[in-house]
Write a protein that binds this ligand. Structure first.
Ligand SMILES: [Cu+2]
Length: 189
């Protein structure tokens, strides 16, 4: 026996969804709804939001503050970028602009800083390579993040928000120095 298009198929020609399958569809749907509700809920109640301060700031005023910060703590220059070494506990100002991060930061491991991030032109993305640190840097806003570098070494700030023709060259640098006590102990006598 064969079927042609002119005969209607038998009444139930498909295989109906079985009980177990229905349960899984119900569980998946319930889970979707939970995740959907968690998005706004976690935004408001979750502990993953940056712990720092957020202010509006005039991009020009921020650039001026960065220049003051550089003038105050500059210790050298590297590849035409100022290198600063602020004291532990201080406020650190980092500026993202097309297409560079200034200044180069020298920070001490184990010390806490407030890292201010802002942009003077367009959106940039602060990501610290090779660590998994990622932050949006938006013009007009000053993000003060409480940071405590843990491991000495050299880290690169990569811009991860496409910001124009020089985007791929927008690489900054953070040097984390060993803790003060350790460095002093390692000094040659
Ligand atoms: Cu970029």
């Amino acid at each position: 026996m064969y079927h042609t298009g002119i005969e209607s198929p038998e009444r139930v020609w498909w295989r109906p969804v079985r009980g177990g399958e229905k349960v899984w569809v119900a569980i998946a749907f319930a889970w979707c709804m939970i995740l959907f509700a968690m998005m706004p809920l976690w935004h408001l109640r979750g502990g993953q939001n940056p712990s720092g301060i957020r202010h509006r700031v005039d991009p020009l005023a921020y650039a001026t503050r960065v220049r003051e910060f550089i003038a105050q703590y500059q210790v050298g220059e590297e590849a035409n970028l100022p290198v600063v070494e602020p004291p532990p506990g201080s406020d650190v100002y980092l500026q993202g602009s097309m297409w560079r991060w200034i200044p180069v930061l020298r920070l001490q491991a184990g010390a806490e800083y407030v890292l201010h991030l802002s942009s003077t032109d367009v959106n940039h993305g602060f990501s610290l390579y090779p660590l998994n640190v990622n932050f949006q840097v938006v013009p007009g806003y000053d993000y003060g993040l409480r940071v405590r570098p843990t491991e000495p070494g050299e880290f690169h700030i990569v811009c991860n928000e496409f910001c124009g023709i020089g985007h791929h060259m927008m690489v900054g640098k953070v040097v984390v120095l060993p803790p003060a006590g350790l460095a002093a102990a390692e000094q040659p006598r």
